[in-house]
Design a binder for this molecule. Structure first.
Ligand code: IMP
Length: 179
């Protein structure tokens, strides 16, 4: 199916199921190699990363653990702005090799605000794995250790990512038509 409609907007196919699955296998292979003698803890950020996290995890051959968290942001009392809280972060991070699993890094703001909170727990190491990265949209530069696809600054849906709640179930990734 080349074009789909979600709510009021049309989207064109951008990354096929096979293209995504091959990339996920490649990312898992890289992680298996880099963490060969380790026992990493994956922290997947909901909702968007659920599908990527599940597929990535299936291809890991090292001993690995996974925990899912949800981030909530609210305006702090001070002018410093956004405060991020993690819901469901119930695993001890101290001394662990942590890999954050994200669906997409857009402006980078979410992780930029959240990483210091994780660092506070003194993990042995902390890396980011993101299926998608939109470098043209970057406002808060991040060091992303594992990137699936570098994509243009256009809205995408599918494979866990949504447009106003819809599209997460798609096996492919679609791009906003005519954007
Ligand atoms: P950031 O804080 O700007 O990097 O935004 C990250 C979050 O925004 C992602 O985890 C997604 O939930 C959402 N997001 C950013 N771009 C897109 C997109 O193109 N499609 C769907 N969700 C997106």
């Amino acid at each position: 199916m080349g074009r789909i409609k979600l709510h009021d907007k049309e989207f064109d196919i951008y990354l096929s199921e096979e293209t995504i699955q091959q990339k996920v296998r490649d990312l898992a292979a890289a992680i298996n190699k880099d963490y060969a003698d380790k026992h990493p803890l994956f922290i997947a950020i909901l909702n968007g990363s659920f599908m990527f996290a599940a597929d990535l995890f299936k291809h890991l051959t090292i001993p690995a653990e996974i925990s899912f968290i949800k981030l909530a942001s609210y305006k702090g009392m001070k002018s410093s702005g956004q405060v991020i809280t993690a819901i469901g972060l119930d695993v001890e991070l101290h001394g662990r090799d942590v890999i954050i699993v994200e669906d997409i890094v857009d402006t980078g703001k979410t992780l930029h605000n959240f990483l210091p909170k994780l660092q506070h727990h003194q993990p042995a190491s902390l890396r980011i794995a993101s299926l998608l990265n939109k470098p043209e949209a970057t406002q808060f530069p991040l060091d992303i250790a594992y990137t699936g696809f570098v994509i243009p600054d256009k809205f995408v849906v599918g494979y866990g990512l949504d447009y106003d709640g819809l599209g997460r179930n798609l096996k492919e990734i679609y791009q906003l038509a005519g954007a």
